[in-house]
Design a protein around this ligand. Structure first.
Ligand SMILES: C[S@@+](CC[C@H](N)C(=O)[O-])C[C@H]1O[C@@H](n2cnc3c(N)ncnc32)[C@H](O)[C@@H]1O
Length: 305
């Protein structure tokens, strides 16, 4: 396996769970290239960490991480939180990550399998295997927001569907859509590293499943939606990002929700249900449903033709 050879700043913060979304939002807005949250105790795929959570943020080598971290936490009113800053080589980071990241049931029907745990790939009868190296991109499959999306994909995808995934991260949702029978999928992300990781994951799945996946990844944001054909017969629109990003892209989002067969938006903290529902009512063409898991929500709908 070949690894990217970049160097990054890693900021690790031990934070109460109820403040995780707020800290993530602030660090991402401040230029974090990537983030993930350790939801389980080291080396486990069950045993949810109950109260505190470990947040990891990655910044480019030229970012003033040592000065930024204490200032950012003080600005948010969390000056007393413990944090660690280190410089990491991507290759070293990935080797460390491999030790604790193992195959697990992403949902009741989809298994997530990293290539270094192929001998434990058979999670149970009937599971589809989604092969993945998350690397530094968001989309390890451990987060409830991703799991809610994969459950939506399992129930929704039809063989004629084209899937659009904005904020594709590791490529996990677009690849899940292909596994569950979509005709094609297209993912975009603002992070170059995420796009590289998604493309590598597509190739990994093609190799392991012995089939070509009609799935593409590119750098882009909501504005790139207008470069695609979106139709009410076959397009399924997916985005797992944060509420403030949906709100900042309201016009493009409104266009997507009105012109697709089905849609799902994830990444909404339960605490924001009232405000996000009010926002969505101003842009969604009809009624929608909500599901909740571990304080996170997915909003979804099948548009009638
Ligand atoms: C929560 S992660 C979701 C990753 C993956 N799709 C999943 O469901 O696990 C959100 C992703 O959206 C990307 N992102 C943030 N703002 C974006 C924007 N305006 N347009 C496109 N991607 C964006 C981030 O870089 C990140 O990879």
């Amino acid at each position: 396996m070949s690894y990217i050879t970049a160097v990054f700043w890693q900021i690790e913060i031990n934070a109460p769970k109820e403040h995780a979304a707020e800290i993530e939002e602030f660090f991402l807005k401040s230029g974090a290239q990537s983030t993930f949250e350790l939801l389980y105790e080291e080396g486990r795929t069950s045993n949810l960490i109950e109260d505190n959570t470990q947040l990891f943020f990655f910044f480019a080598e030229n970012f003033p991480a040592r000065a930024f971290a204490p200032m950012a936490l003080a600005t948010l009113g969390f000056a007393d939180l413990e944090f660690k800053i280190s410089q990491v080589q991507y290759a070293d980071y990935l080797k460390e990550f491999e030790k604790s990241f193992r195959a697990f049931a992403l949902t009741q029907k989809t298994a997530l399998v990293p290539p270094w745990d192929a001998e434990n790939a058979d999670i149970g009868p009937g599971f589809k295997k989604l092969w993945l190296v998350p690397g530094m991109a968001f989309g390890t499959g451990k987060h409830a927001t991703t799991q809610l999306m994969v459950e939506f994909i399992e129930k929704t995808i039809r063989p004629s569907d084209t899937v659009i995934d904005i904020g594709s991260g590791s490529g996990i949702l677009a690849i899940a859509a292909m596994l569950w029978g979509a005709a094609s999928a297209w993912g975009v992300d603002v992070e170059t590293l995420a796009v590289e990781s998604a493309a590598a994951n597509k190739t990994l799945n093609e190799e392991r499943h012995g089939a070509a996946f009609a799935c593409e990844f590119a750098v882009g944001d909501f504005s790139t939606l207008h470069e695609r054909t979106i139709d009410r017969a076959n397009t399924v629109f997916l985005a797992n990002i944060l509420p403030n990003i949906f709100e900042a892209n309201a016009a493009d989002l409104k266009f997507a929700l009105a012109n697709c067969r089905a849609w799902a938006l994830s990444g909404i903290p339960s605490a924001q249900e009232e405000s996000f529902t009010a926002f969505l009512k101003t842009i969604a063409p009809g009624s929608f449903e909500i599901r909740t898991k571990e304080d996170w929500q997915i909003y979804f709908c099948q548009n009638s033709l």
